[in-house]
Each structure stands twice: as C-alpha cells, then as structure tokens.
Design a protein around this ligand. Sequence first.
Ligand code: GH3
Ligand code: MG
Ligand code: MG
Ligand code: MG
Length: 298
Amino acid sequence: MSIKQRILVVDDERFNLTVLAELLKADYTVILAKSGEQALERAAKQTPDLILLDIMMPEMDGYQVLKALKMNPATREVPVIFITALRGEEDEEKGLLLGAVDYIAKPFHPAIVLARVKIHLKIMRQRRLLESIALLDGLTEIPNHRSFDERFTLEWQRAMRNKEPLSLGILDVDYFKQYNDTYGHGKGDKTLKAVAKTITRRLKRPADFTARYGGEEFVILMPRTDAEGARRVAETICKAIEDEQIDHCNSSVSQWLTVSIGGATVVPSQNESKRLLFDTADTMLYTAKENGRRQALW
Ligand code: GH3
Ligand code: MG
Ligand code: MG
Ligand code: MG
C-alpha cells in the first residue's frame, strides 16, 4: 500500500472546499485552507504534493499566494493549479506566467479536474525520480560526485554558522589497478559496491555522508566531528573493509583488499576555504599511501 498523495485545496467559499474535498478524498489526502494566509502556513508545514488554488479571495488573492509560495524554498516546487471563476484570457495568462502548472475555470467538470490533478502528480513524481537518479552513482547506488558537491557546500555553510568542526575523509582503494588486472573488471565493480556498502554501514550519525567521488575513490563528510573522532571513524572503516576478507593476492600490504584514507578537519570561517579542506585531505591521502597504505591519516 502506498501512502496517499496530499492535495491542498484553497478557497474562501466553504461550498467549493466541500465539493472539491468530496471529489478528491477517495484517491488523495485532502488538506483544506480557507484563506491565502492559511494556505501558506499549511503548504509550508504539511508539504502537499499539489495545490488547487482559488484566485478571488479577500485579503490575499490567489496570485499573491502563488508568488509567496514561489519565494519559499520549502514550497517553491509544489505544482499549483488555479481553479477559478475568472475566465478571462489575461487572468489565465497571468496565472500561468506566475508559475502555475495549469488553470481550470469554474464551473468545472469533476472528471477533468481529477484527470488534470492526476497528470500533474505523475509529472511531479517522474521529476522527483529523475532528480534522485541524477544524484546517485550508477554502480554503487550511493550518492555521486555531484551530490557530494551539493552536500559539501551545505554542510560547510552550516558548520560556519554554528562554528562547529567539519571533517572530510577521502578513501582510495589500495592497488586497485592490480586488483582489476588479477580478478577482472567485473569482479572489480562488485568489489567497489561492497566497499560502498561497508562505508555506509560504518557511518552511524544521520548527518554523516558518503559519496563515490570517482573511480575507486570515495569521500566521507562528518559534520560536527572533530579530528580525533573523525580519524577514529576512518580507522573503523579501514578495518571493516579489510575484515570483509576480499582476496587480493597481488597487494603488497595484505592478503585482503585494503584502503587508505586521508582526512582533515576545520571549523569553517570566512578565511577558510572548502577547497583547502579538500586539498589537505587529499595530501593526507597521498601521505598515507607513501607511508605504506592500509591506514587512516588525519
Ligand atoms: P594505489 O594503491 O596507489 O591507490 O594504487 P591503485 O592501483 O589503486 O591506483 P590507480 O589510481 O593507479 O588505479 C586506480 C584503478 O581503479 C584504475 C582503474 O582500473 C580502477 N577503477 C577505477 N574506476 C573503476 C571502476 O568503476 N570499476 C573498476 N572495476 N575499476 C575501476
Ligand atoms: Mg473565491
Ligand atoms: Mg585512485
Ligand atoms: Mg587506488
């Protein structure tokens, strides 16, 4: 059973609210609002999947409501369908130019309302699916490089606001070229999936984040984690991967597949740069490799 999608219906006339609620309630969860102010509040709090919006309302009209919805990042993406007694071409043009996905004139045909609601919900679902796919790595199904870039920026800003440490680790599989040469690319791919899984399992805090940066390299972001804590997590990951006992007979550091992690920690400020944090972690990774691999270095 899938959870019903939520539709917010906004109209200043109780009769219209009742009619639309009756029409929609079999297939959707219906949220009602009888004014623009109430609509904005409920849209932000209850994150509906779609909004049916009246235009002529006292105080705040539907156009103003739509503008306000578009200003708020929490409601910006919610599709809005105007449903209104205003039948003029200019009214409709204005509504669509403001960003409504559709415009239905009253009196409406119930079946047409249902059909349009259905199609816009479907478009939205497909869009969300595409967005989520665009942020995932195809092989390991964990977040990809692009997703990391977004998260890194977000966590950097958050850490700066809260004056908290942010830790970054870069993980690189040891002697992976030899691994592929020995066991073949297919096995190499499988092993990368296993590495991704192990990293994910070892990250315990909800804010921790890992992504495949590219090739056999992974990044690990640990917000609100100081250097000592982050190094410990990184060591746990190194150990967990070796404990998987994935044969690597051509590695010179272990009979099993191992990884190296370089990391760095900073309390971000205006004077610090994201790039420097990344480059420092990368330098530590290089040093870890030089020092004999199979280790986490901060
Ligand atoms: P080091 O211990 O210094 O990291 O040695 P390395 O061999 O791991 O380093 P190098 O960067 O020379 O080689 C990385 C190899 O990772 C090269 C490539 O064959 C392999 N690789 C990168 N991406 C993939 C992938 O998607 N699938 C597979 N199977 N192998 C990959
Ligand atoms: Mg009205
Ligand atoms: Mg590499
Ligand atoms: Mg490598």
